[in-house]
Write a protein that binds this ligand. Sequence first.
Ligand SMILES: [Zn+2]
Ligand SMILES: [Zn+2]
Length: 276
Amino acid sequence: MNQDYLPTLNVVCGLILLWTLETWLPAAKDRQGRLRHAFRNLSLGLLNAIALAVLAAPLITQIAIRAEGTSFGLLRLFQLSHLNSTIAAILLFDGWMYLWHRANHRIHFLWRFHRVHHSDREMDVTSAIRFHIGEILISSALRLAVIPLLGINLWQLLVYELIMMPVILFHHSNVRFPERLDRWLRVVLVSPAIHRVHHSRARAETDSNYSTIFSFWDRIGGSFRLRNNGRPVDFGLAEYDDEKWQQMSGLLTTPFISAGTDGSIAAHTSENELPR
Ligand SMILES: [Zn+2]
Ligand SMILES: [Zn+2]
């Protein structure tokens, strides 16, 4: 059976469900221009979905199928049961996602694309799909090497995506989620309280909390950070606050035009100026 439609269906259902919850139980209330904000992010997400389906997905599928027929890849070195192999694949791929996200903040060329995700002045479920097409394509190109190296098969990749997308949509959402529940959730998963700090315009906070599904990667990598003062996080990037950078044309050209003094995230608030 062709399961290609499952990830798309998963994302669409998640977007509808969380958008509805954001309307009933918003964390940040009285937002202006919510529909316009959503329309821009959804347009970017749709563009990425089309590019991914046309350019990257067929190649990734081919590589994964070819790799399956060989004994190549880390996971195939061990005699694991089907279930254990899938659990290991999910953990390994999530570990790769942590390293990849961290590289996006460390390497200036990658940051140029990734800053589109961070220039969002607000945060809600639609922010989860706000990525520049360049970042999506570079990440897909690297997956062509990572998947066979780790020995992950297509089925495991599908399972990973079906778990990853609801977690990403949820931790970006503007749903009022009780702190007590968040505290429990974040022991294992990346919760809204964790990921909101990552979208802060204070650089020390932006450069933390890189994990995608499991929060322990940040604890292991020493990049875990929480706000203990209870103050709401101010989202965005100072250099790209202007309205023109929030429109489609601005979002698409953000990687190629440096709006800050030196075009880097150095224009962020320094560690000393962080609200405590
Ligand atoms: Zn980031
Ligand atoms: Zn994010």
